[in-house]
Design a protein around this ligand. Structure first.
Ligand code: ACO
Length: 437
């Protein structure tokens, strides 16, 4: 698996402070803005940089995913997301993200076979579910079970062994659909459905999720294709919060299952992967088109702390290319299911129309993100709202593993350790309790 191509020095930037001056390299990659390399800053000027929430900081070199937020461009290993969503399959994209290039037929055959033959879980893992409450959120179950995989597959947790890293990647990509489907089955009180090796990745997930022993489960090719596309669109997104969490955890040498469990925890928040679930809750709360203006006023009122979920993005300030494909997929899915009137979709479209004309959203460059429409599709496909974020986690697992692999293979890699501006008390002496005021 290739590690990131190294950046090149394009110039220097000079920073002066307190009578001293530091000459700092300015680095460029193959695309995107230049970055000032501040690693020497502390040694030369005795200062650190301050960038809470990392909006202005590149944390690594990476050759996996490229985003141009102003132009609305998303590339996986150089390939535009639109082309991959239209022409590729999730497993082909997984191979691309992991290994750097699209596979030929033989390579895809070997990869598909490897994933397919790792889909079953250690039977003892099944027992985990007995310990959860029936109403446990599936993200809680995903976090726990994926973290616990290190206890079941100790032969693939040596992060310094390339073969073990590869096996752990196969295991996670193959088993996460089984874990996700079983989390749902446990919530629903239905029997667990075992994986089937004659089905492709998305078919197998839909089968394990929806099938019941009482009747055969019929695959609908349009829905299978939509599932695959949703997975492709969510597969990677460079250094977002959950991926950075995986990298930070991995930088300590923690095993891959523990790192992915950390990524799942980070994804859960409503500002990140939890947004797809939050969009549907929001639409349900709005209830009717007539209530949109009052809702928009609430969003614009800073004191209300209400956000328009599925809108806005840290990087995309023009449009999210995934949102366009998602909207198109939404029509295809509703068409395939014969749903002519979907009140949630009508409501979402009206909300989008009003928001895109409103000065508040226009001036802040807030546009629909990938999750504005994904929830409507997933709901139409029969997924309960609580399963939306787990499906995102399922898709993102391959991105997290690819980024984790790249980090481990990067010769510049060392433990992640941000600094701080300390604003607490200066050093003071301990006083015995009877002398305190
Ligand atoms: N609704 C209302 N106002 C918003 C929204 C929103 N969804 N998003 C941003 N804003 C406002 C901010 O309050 C801020 O206003 P101000 O300048 O008056 O203080 C302004 O727009 C600029 O926001 P940013 O600082 O650029 O937003 P940030 O990068 O910190 O946050 C985030 C990005 C977390 C995605 C945010 O837009 C948000 O919370 N959106 C809703 C949740 C969501 O859909 N998340 C999914 C993201 S995509 C993903 O993870 C797959």
């Amino acid at each position: 698996m290739p590690h990131s191509a190294t950046s090149k020095q394009a110039g220097t930037a000079t920073l002066s402070y307190d009578g001293k001056s530091a000459s700092l390299p300015v680095l460029t990659g193959s695309l995107g803005p230049a970055c000032v390399d501040v690693r020497k800053l502390q040694g030369e000027l005795g200062v650190f940089t301050f960038d809470p929430s990392y909006g202005a900081t590149a944390s690594c070199e990476s050759a996996i995913t490229y985003i141009d937020g102003d132009a609305g461009i998303l590339l996986y290993r150089g390939y535009p997301i639109e082309q991959l969503a239209e022409k590729s399959t999730f497993l082909e994209v997984a191979y691309l993200l992991l290994f750097g290039n699209l596979p030929n037929k033989a390579e895809l055959g070997v990869f598909t076979n490897g994933v397919t033959r790792h889909t079953m879980l250690h039977e003892q893992i099944r027992r985990f579910w007995d310990g959860f409450r029936r109403d446990a959120h599936p993200m809680a179950m995903l976090c726990s079970v994926v973290g616990a995989m290190s206890a079941f597959y100790p032969d693939s947790i040596d992060t310094q062994d390339p073969r073990q890293r590869e096996i752990s990647a196969y295991r996670m990509i193959a088993k996460i659909p089984t874990i996700t489907a079983w989390a749902h089955k446990y919530n629903a009180g239905q029997p667990f459905v075992y994986p089937r090796n004659d089905l492709n990745y998305s078919e197998n997930f839909l089968h394990m999720f929806h099938a019941v022993p009482a009747e055969p489960y019929e695959q609908n090719p349009i829905l299978t294709r939509a599932m695959d596309r949703i997975l492709i669109l969510h597969a990677d997104h460079e250094q977002n919060a959950s991926t950075s969490t995986v990298r930070l955890a991995g930088s300590t040498g923690a095993n891959p299952f523990a790192c992915i469990a950390a990524g799942i925890a980070s994804l859960w928040g409503p500002a990140h992967g939890g947004a797809n679930e939050a969009v549907l809750k929001m639409l349900a709360e709005i209830g009717h088109k007539d209530n949109i203006p009052a809702f928009i006023e609430q969003v614009k009122d800073k004191n209300s702390h209400v956000k328009l979920m599925g809108f806005g993005h840290r990087v995309y300030k023009n449009f999210d290319p995934r949102a366009k494909i998602m909207q198109q997929t939404c029509y295809e899915v509703l068409g395939a299911l014969g749903i002519k009137d979907e009140p949630m979709l009508d409501l979402a479209m009206e909300l989008e129309r009003i928001a895109l004309e409103d000065e508040y959203f226009v001036s802040r460059k807030l546009y629909p993100n990938v999750d504005f429409y994904s929830g409507i599709i997933l709901k139409a496909m029969g997924f309960p709202t609580t399963m939306f974020t787990p499906i995102f986690a399922l898709a993102r697992t391959v991105g997290w593993i690819s980024q984790w692999m790249e980090m481990i293979e990067d010769p510049q890699q060392r433990i992640g350790r941000p600094r701080q501006i300390y604003t607490g008390a200066a050093a003071r002496d301990y006083t015995p309790i009877d002398q305190r005021g």
